[in-house]
Write a protein that binds this ligand. Structure first.
Ligand code: 15L
Length: 267
């Protein structure tokens, strides 16, 4: 387990709950926080504080003495701009200010939706590298792109280390055809978080957080720097997932259905 406590925001969300359990079982001293109550039994060695990411003072207090902040809090799906703004933009600022004061590393749950308007590749030799252009597919994806840029700035300006995980689709198993490309298993996520926290130096890193899927859209990133490689694959589910959807926008772009929400482009 890490020598210092680790703060986990979004602890009551799907990924937060999984991480709280998995890391708690490994003896991590976790400080859990969320705007929603924590629905599970509290892991041994964990504390929970209910708080809003809009509250910067609360975050500073929770981060005191922590060596890392796993930032999984905020709005996790496409929502109107005003709903995204507080938790995802102001909240990020509060996380980074707390990390700066503590000298803590930030592990940021970014998303494939920060680059969702890249077209799906025709073949494996056209995979997207980590330094591709941001092409957010909505206000949610835009907030994730902003979060990655905030990490870039806090590293360059203040030496705050951060690992930005462009999470594909992290669910118990792939449930549609797109997820044969984007799926991340819970076990691969857990091992990724362990590496993000344990690696001696991360600098500012960007990781394509998907399993070892033969149909992945994504190529080079900083996984060698942190010492992570995925072990699972979506491919065994190929015969169980459905076919393509009826929507041409959804099928064209990496962000899938998010790209089609309120889509009004005519040309
Ligand atoms: C995300 O960013 C969402 O948080 C998640 O619920 C999924 O929709 C995922 O992307 C995805 O693209 O499958």
């Amino acid at each position: 387990a890490p020598s210092k406590p680790v703060l986990l925001t979004g602890a009551s969300g799907n990924l937060g709950r999984h991480l709280a359990k998995a890391l708690g079982e490994q003896g991590w001293r976790l400080r859990l926080t969320d705007i929603m109550p924590f629905p599970d039994p509290l892991p041994a060695g964990a504390t929970f504080v209910k708080s809003d990411l809009n509250d910067g003072v609360a975050l500073l207090r929770q981060a005191e003495g922590c060596g890392a902040i796993l930032h999984f809090g905020g709005v996790s799906v496409e929502r109107p701009f005003e709903e995204v703004l507080g938790p995802n933009i102001r909240g990020l600022y509060h996380v980074y200010e707390a990390a700066r004061r503590e000298g803590a590393r930030v592990v940021f749950a970014s998303s494939n939706h920060s680059i969702g308007f890249h077209e799906r590749p025709a073949g494996n030799n056209e995979r997207l590298d980590y330094d591709c252009a941001f092409r957010p597919d909505g206000y949610y994806g835009l907030s994730k792109a902003y979060g990655e840029l905030m990490g870039r700035m806090y590293w360059d300006k203040h030496g705050v280390e951060n690992v930005n995980l462009r999470i594909g689709s992290c669910f118990p198993q792939p449930i549609d055809r797109r997820m044969l490309s984007t799926w991340l298993s819970y076990a691969d996520l857990t091992r990724l978080i362990e590496r993000c926290v344990h690696t001696p130096r991360s600098g500012h890193a960007v990781i394509w957080a998907c399993s070892d899927n033969p149909a992945s859209y994504w190529g080079r990133d900083h996984r060698d720097r942190i010492g992570w490689a995925p072990q699972d694959s979506a491919e065994p589910w190929r015969s169980e997932v459905g076919g393509i959807t009826a929507d041409p926008v959804t099928e064209r772009y990496q962000g899938g259905g998010y790209t089609a929400i309120e889509y009004s482009r005519k040309t």
